[in-house]
Design a protein around this ligand. Structure first.
Ligand SMILES: Nc1ncnc2c1ncn2[C@@H]1O[C@H](COP(=O)(O)OP(=O)(O)OP(=O)(O)O)[C@@H](O)[C@H]1O
Ligand SMILES: [Mg+2]
Length: 331
């Protein structure tokens, strides 16, 4: 499925009835490894309830609260975006879900993966089927610099029991499936031999090899140029959601969220301030923070002719030649 152009999508989203409220989902037990089937309505792959994160030592110094009771849910087959401004608590939420909070941070509340409480269990110690796969802003952080890319994709495949004779073909398939040309060359090379965009695709291949029920992607395209960004979004669109892992996408960019996700969770100041179906939130953003995000991305995406006032300008003054203004842009 080709990635929809984010800004076109923003302009075309209209209507929608009512805001989707988080329901009390019935959680089922772990089905073991591999993808859970995407069903109508879908079971909860991830349920975060009343998640608090604080920094402070245990020796009596007052803790500083960073997250204040975050609630969100991702169902099988779903792609859900967590959006918000810088410092709003997106990455902390993602880190708590992955079981990868920085030392010194303490969490309470509940994080359930496939119905299993995992908040207290570091990601590396979780059962493979309950360990979200991760793609981060900096792919170098996810890839070992000294190990060949193919060997890094092979590791989770072997851990999942892929037969020895089939590993190489599976690695090459995965590398090709994330859009890497010459998968043999990529597999045999080190991460340093790849461009930033190729490294992000390789990191995605490693994440997909885990066959986790949930992929947590924290700003996966922020460091990339726009063409590579579109290509990586396209891979996420093809490989997550129905038939693949559910996606929790962390982004500050509503246009990126709109390109991929059907639901959005808006955070500000460590709290969820709004959540719902993306079409509904775009059509009628209720919270000022959401309204600002929608306005910003609409302004940025409006074609020049919409943003350039007629000769003489809306206020009777001639605008500088070739210099777009925000006059006429949607509010
Ligand atoms: N290890 C830490 N120790 C102390 N404070 C932290 C720590 N990690 C994050 N914070 C604080 O928690 C808040 C939320 O941080 P977080 O990284 O979740 O922001 P974010 O929404 O991901 O922002 P960005 O878009 O810039 O990545 C910020 O105020 C940040 O300074
Ligand atoms: Mg962040």
């Amino acid at each position: 499925m080709p990635t929809r152009r984010p800004t076109a999508l923003l302009r075309s989203h209209r209507g929608g009835t009512g805001r989707q409220h988080r329901g009390a989902a019935r959680l089922s037990g772990c089905r073991g490894r591999g993808h859970v089937a995407a069903g109508g309505g879908g079971e909860a792959v991830l349920e975060v309830r009343d998640l608090h994160v604080a920094v402070g030592d245990d020796r009596g110094a007052p803790a500083t609260a960073l997250l204040h009771g975050v609630d969100l849910q991702v169902r099988a087959g779903e792609r859900v975006a967590v959006i918000g401004a810088s410092g709003s608590g997106k990455s902390l939420t993602a880190a708590a879900v992955r079981g990868d909070l920085a030392p010194g941070l303490r969490a309470r509340g509940s994080v359930r993966v496939l119905g299993h409480e995992v908040l207290e269990v570091p990601g590396a110690r979780r059962e493979p089927g309950l360990r979200p796969a991760a793609v981060l802003q900096d792919p170098s952080a996810a890839l070992h610099p000294l190990v060949a890319v193919g060997a890094q994709v092979a590791m989770p495949l072997r851990a999942r029991g892929t037969r020895r004779g089939e590993v190489r073909a599976a690695v090459l398939d995965l590398l090709a499936s994330v859009g890497l040309e010459e998968p043999e060359r990529v597999a045999d090379g080190r991460p340093a031999e790849l461009s930033g965009g190729q490294r992000q695709r390789a990191a995605l291949a490693v994440a997909l090899a885990c066959e986790s029920p949930l992929l947590v992607a924290d700003e996966p395209t922020t460091a990339l140029d726009t063409v590579t960004q579109a290509a990586v979004l396209d891979v996420l669109a093809r490989r997550t959601g129905r038939g693949g892992p559910a996606l929790l996408l962390i982004t500050h960019d509503l246009a990126v969220a709109a390109a991929l996700c059907s639901r959005v969770v808006v955070v500000a100041g460590g709290r969820v301030v709004e959540q719902g179906a993306l079409v509904d939130v775009l059509a009628a953003p209720a919270h000022p923070v959401t309204r600002a995000l929608v306005t910003a991305v609409r302004d940025a995406g409006a074609p020049l002719r919409e943003r350039t006032p007629p000769p003489g300008g809306a206020d009777g003054r001639q605008s500088a030649p070739g210099r777009p203004t925000t006059a006429g842009a949607p509010a």
